[in-house]
Write a protein that binds this ligand. Structure first.
Ligand SMILES: [Zn+2]
Ligand SMILES: [Zn+2]
Length: 319
């Protein structure tokens, strides 16, 4: 079924590489990076396909059946910038450049300590022979890690200074998933990559895991009123995640918030942070609201203002 699609994708990758990327690589004398450039072209195209599919499916649904009706989409544009930066490879390249030495160092340390990756196969013989099963198991393990990262983002003041940027969007749409402080993304990706390395995920599979997880995360930020019915107990739905963004609930309720799960609500159920209310509440952060409810606190309008404010607040240089 995927044969013709795969062929079309490969042809597009070759075409783009030969007409645009390769000439640039030669022009700047970066021949040593030719292989990386080919991989980056694939990453870029995969991102383009993801964005096209998400846009074609979710943009009409947000327009016709919104969970929260808006008079206009003003203020959502900056989230598009984050998504393009994130999915089209700019950020992936940065992570690649910064994380490769780090993951290499971790791999070397593990080798020197005679640590062989914890192979799931040894805990449960035969399990990784079935690719779908091993894929789901890795997804589950990484999602467990994500749940605790997310708890940390709401628990520690310095980390919330970064993560609050994600929550400061008051018009949450499928673009909002990538609206994150770059440093926050980097910390999260570093932890995930280290765990993936430690449990022996193959690099090719890691790419697939990241794409599957990112696609689902875009869907559950969409402005659509889906709960997924009974399946919503297994997979985070847009309504479930909307509650995490709801003013007064997601960050403040149950002491430090609710519905932290990234893909599987299982973790919220196990650790007592699940909330199943279906009411659609305004999203954002309480202190953003005008007085007397909030303090009209600014989180920055544009990309650079948001990044700068996040950094300053993290180090305590801004209120
Ligand atoms: Zn959060
Ligand atoms: Zn979110």
């Amino acid at each position: 079924m995927f044969g013709p699609l795969q062929d079309a994708f490969d042809a597009a990758q070759t075409w783009l590489f030969e007409t645009a990327v390769q000439p640039l690589v030669y022009r700047f004398g970066l021949m040593a990076y030719l292989e990386d450039a080919y991989a980056a072209t694939e990453w870029f195209l995969l991102g383009l396909v993801q964005i096209a599919v998400l846009y074609a499916l979710l943009r009409p649904l947000e327009k016709w059946f919104p969970a929260e009706p808006w008079a206009d989409r003003h203020g959502t544009g900056v989230d598009i910038v984050y998504t393009l930066l994130h999915r089209l490879g700019g950020f992936a390249l940065l992570v690649f450049a910064l994380l490769t030495p780090l993951t290499d160092a971790i791999a070397r340390l593990l080798r020197e300590a005679d640590y062989t990756p914890l192979q799931l196969d040894r805990l449960w013989p035969g399990v990784t022979d079935v690719p779908v099963v091993s894929f789901l198991l890795y997804l589950l393990v990484l999602d467990f890690v994500d749940y605790w990262i997310h708890r940390g983002q709401h628990r520690f003041r310095w980390w919330w200074a970064l993560h609050s940027l994600h929550h400061s969007q008051r018009k949450m749409s499928f673009w909002t998933d990538s609206r994150n402080h770059l440093l926050d993304d980097l910390i999260r990706d570093a932890i995930r990559a280290a765990v993936a390395l430690a449990i022996g995920v193959a690099p090719g599979q890691f790419v697939l895991l990241v794409i599957a997880s990112k696609m689902l995360q875009s869907v559950h930020h969409a402005n659509v009123p889906w709960t997924y019915g009974p399946a919503g107990a297994l997979l985070v739905s847009p309504i479930f995640h909307r509650r995490h963004h709801a003013i007064g609930y997601g960050h403040e309720g149950l002491r430090y918030g609710c519905n932290f799960a990234v893909l599987f609500p299982l973790w919220d159920v196990l650790f007592g942070t699940a909330q199943w209310q279906r009411e659609v509440e305004p999203t954002g952060i309480r202190d953003q609201l005008p007085a007397p409810e909030g303090q009209a606190r600014e989180y920055g309008r544009g990309f650079w203002a948001q990044q700068w404010l996040g950094l300053k607040r993290m180090v305590g240089a801004a209120a």
